[in-house]
Structure formats: structure tokens, C-alpha cells
Design a protein around this ligand. Sequence first.
Ligand SMILES: C[S@@+](CC[C@H](N)C(=O)[O-])C[C@H]1O[C@@H](n2cnc3c(N)ncnc32)[C@H](O)[C@@H]1O
Length: 282
Amino acid sequence: MSAPRGDLTVTALYTSGVWWWAGFSGAELLISREARSVFRVTNAALALVGCLRADRRSLRRGLADRHALIDGLAGDCGASVFVELAAGLSRRGLAFSADPSVRYVEVDLPAVIRHKETLLQRSEAGRRILARSNLQRVGADVASVALPSLVPTTDKASESPQRICVIAEGLMMYLDADQQRGLWCRIAAWLRDHPDSLFLFDLVPMSEQPAPGLLGRGLGALMGLFTGGRGFVVDPRDRHDIRRELLSCGFGSVELHEPDSDEGAAVPMLVFACRGWRSSTP
Ligand SMILES: C[S@@+](CC[C@H](N)C(=O)[O-])C[C@H]1O[C@@H](n2cnc3c(N)ncnc32)[C@H](O)[C@@H]1O
């Protein structure tokens, strides 16, 4: 990818390798030689760190479990409009937009969106997906994009507000607490006009990470290398602090979900499911 060193987009190459390795539908259309290399090198480095620290939990297994959990929560939420922030090379939009009644908007930095389109151009199946009118890609920074501009406010047929599912997977750990809060409050304000909407994101609070030096430090160093020093952010908040912050941003309720996986086999993951206001009609 044209992503230079020092750019967080290299992490999208790793996760695209994970979705392909785990066999998620559509991942085969987005995998590249470059992503396979990042996947292999990262896994080798993590295996080394794991041996040194006697920590054999698998990051790729944890990520795959998280991805499946978010797929399930999003698929069950009853929304027909999906906005995936920091969508990277995720195949979720490809899979969900196979249903023509769904509208799916993917947002990521312009270079990543361009790269995703180039990858899809390589195959007939990818070109058909690019031509879908219900799958839109937006090259923008999530810190500044005007969220309400991403989808129409009301459903044309019913003239009622759209029920939206907003997803931000694999993003929050790269933002500091103020940046996270800023984004959460913007999303809460937006979804206020969209009853029964859902916002899903993942974040394992620093305070719940394995003891410093276990997996996290090795991974942090690796991410620091890839991202020009912008490794994971140090943060004292626990899951309850984060939940309280989300409520104070204006979400009506916040549920926490953890993937089911073999005890100790995968790096732990935590998904926050935030709902706005419920409509008065059932
Ligand atoms: C770990 S990847 C996750 C990608 C995707 N969500 C997935 O799970 O496969 C992080 C993604 O966040 C994107 N990203 C980071 N900062 C961003 C920003 N300010 N605006 C938009 N996207 C951003 C990167 O380009 C990258 O694609």
C-alpha cells in the first residue's frame, strides 16, 4: 500500500490478514501480498514476545472473535443503515451490502479508501461490489467528518428517521481519552435524532490489559515502530469509567460484550454497545 511508515493505516493491513486467515466472507477480495507480509511478520514478532513472556494468547484469534461479535451485534440490531468509521480493509461492508435493502457507508482516510478500491478492482467479484449503489466509500478523517452528512436523515419511503448502526472497530486504542470522548459525544449528538440506533466500538481499557510487559508492551513497541511512535495510548480509566463517560456524552444505555472464546486462548477483547434514545413506538 502507498501508506508510508508512521501511518496508522498499516494496522489495516494486519487486520485484513486476520479476516482472510479466519475465513470471513469477502476477505479474499481484499487480501494482498503486502497484507500477508505484515500479517506474517507481526505474528512472528508476537510469537517471540509471547515466548519471552510465557504468554501464548493469540492476538489474531482475539481479533477474529471480536470481528465476529461485532458482526453479530450489528446484524441483529435491526438497522438498515450502517456507517463504519475507520473501516480500513474490513470486509464487513462487502458482506452486509450484499443485501440490497441495506445502505452501508465506509469511512477511512483517503489513501486507505483508494487502496481498498484498487484491491476490489482486481477481480470481477470485486468490481461488481464497487458498482453497488448501496455501498459507499468516503475518504475522510473521522475527527472532522460531518457525521450527519454521511446518510440521509430520514428514510425516503416512511419519512421516519433512519435507524443507524455506527461501527468503529480497531480505532479507539489509537486515540487519547480526549479524542475518544470528542468522537463519542459527536456520535451521541448525531444519533439523538435517530431513535433505536446503535454505536459499536471495541476498547480494552489499559487498566485491564495484562501486566505491563506481557503482550501489551511488545505489541505497543511493534505498533510504535509501524506508526512512527504513535503506539497505544496510556490511560488509567477502567470499563466503568468509560461507560460513565459514554452516558455523560448522551447515550441512553451502554452494554458491554466480550467474545466467547476458549479460556486463555485469545487476547481479551471488549465491545461497547451504546444506544441512543428509544422511539416511543415498539
Ligand atoms: C486497526 S485498523 C482497523 C480497520 C478496520 N476497522 C478493521 O477492523 O479491519 C485502524 C484503521 O483506522 C483508520 N484510521 C486511523 N485514524 C483515522 C482517522 N483519523 N480517520 C479515519 N480513519 C482512521 C486507519 O486508516 C485504519 O484503517
